[in-house]
Design a protein around this ligand. Structure first.
Ligand code: SF4
Ligand code: ZN
Ligand code: ZN
Length: 353
């Protein structure tokens, strides 16, 4: 049988079937359509303006490595005029994050971008290894997720950037839509499909891979021979998300457009005005100054639980009340540094080789 020719250029031999569309295409056309779709996502949502300083949340994994490569490529090809940085969070997970950070350090050299690494230990005085030692392998991802979100904002503030981009892909967003429906979490459902949200202060946070399929990101990394780290975290990942993921993969196998369809369904949800009005207003955390809908932000609450040796009891509001009933937090309780727009920027510059 004669080899199939690429359905886009009709010239080269098709060597892959696009998971998103089922088209048989050649490698160069795949690179071009993948990059161009991300470019359209960026321009249609007007994510950036010339001169923006943008931090790429980099873990060394496939999503953020491809994101760093594609952001660099598009910034040069279309003259976005962005200053790009790599920002990595070191959760302190021996045998996992220490190895993946070595990949980020190589990416720093390969992509010639400044890199800032901020650790949980530096910010919170706790590594994930120490947290798991206290709380065990249940709820560890709750701590890690809350701490990472704040760490990214604080790292970005110390870099003085306007914007953080993360490698969340279409599969991640569709999974989150499903999880929020299953939990009945209206507030999160209303905002989880937004491409751009506001973080701490004026730092925006966005997801240029919102419509990029995970399978295509893996293909892109593979055919471009990008240097990324593919080991899973040694602590058990969120089991609930795992179920949503398996369900989504089954749906995708039956109908590849299911991922995009679920994102579009999530975008079409409208939260009634009276429900929005009933949601808690944002204020600032009384202890650390981070945005919060309660007196204390989630990170300060979790940190207090750890410091008082009652971490497993601060996951829910009810448990928090129980901790309060035992007595107030000691006056010398640890606070989290905020790093508001520092004039000097401590970054590791790529060494000349
Ligand atoms: Fe953190 Fe959980 Fe992810 Fe591991 S799996 S890095 S503990 S959120
Ligand atoms: Zn082609
Ligand atoms: Zn706080």
């Amino acid at each position: 049988m004669a080899p199939t020719s690429c359905s886009l250029c009709r010239d080269a031999k098709a060597i892959l079937k696009r998971p998103k569309t089922g088209q048989q295409i050649c490698k160069d056309c795949f690179f071009f359509v993948f990059e161009t779709e991300v470019h359209h996502t960026i321009t249609e949502s007007e994510l950036f303006k010339p001169g923006d300083r943008v931090a790429i949340g980099a873990s060394g994994g496939k999503d953020s490595t491809v994101l760093a490569y594609v952001m660099k490529t598009l910034n040069e090809r279309y003259n976005y005029g962005l200053d790009l940085f790599l920002l990595s969070i070191d959760e302190g997970i021996t045998g996992y994050r220490d190895d993946s950070l070595e990949t980020v350090k190589r990416n720093q050299q390969q992509y010639d971008m400044p890199l800032k690494i901020l650790s949980y230990d530096e910010l919170y005085g706790w590594t994930m290894d120490a947290i798991v030692e206290q709380i065990g392998k249940k709820n560890n991802c709750t701590f890690c997720g809350v701490f990472r979100r704040q760490a990214l904002d604080r790292g970005a503030a110390s870099l003085n950037v306007d914007h953080i981009v993360t490698g969340h892909n279409a599969d991640d967003i569709a999974e989150t839509v499903l999880m929020n429906i299953m939990r009945g979490d209206i507030a999160r459902l209303g905002r989880c499909t937004l491409i751009c949200t506001q973080g701490e202060d004026t730092i925006k946070r966005s997801k240029p891979f919102k419509y990029a399929y995970e399978k295509e990101i893996v293909m892109y990394a593979y055919f471009k021979k990008l240097d990324y780290f593919s080991t899973e975290c040694i602590y058990s990942p969120d089991a609930y998300r795992g179920h949503a993921r398996t369900f989504l993969k089954d749906l995708e196998a039956a109908r590849p457009s299911a991922i995009i369809d679920i994102i579009h369904s999530g975008e079409a949800f409208e939260v009634k005005e009276e429900i929005k009005a009933a949601q808690k207003a944002q204020q600032t955390c009384k202890r650390c100054g981070y945005m919060s809908s309660n007196d204390l932000c989630k990170a300060c609450t979790l940190l207090e639980g750890l410091e008082r040796g009652m971490a497993s009891s601060v996951i829910t509001d009810r448990a928090r009340k129980k901790m309060d009933a035992i007595g107030p937090a000691p006056d010398n309780i640890r606070t989290i540094p905020l790093f508001r727009s520092t004039p000097t920027i401590a970054v590791e510059l790529p060494s000349q080789s």
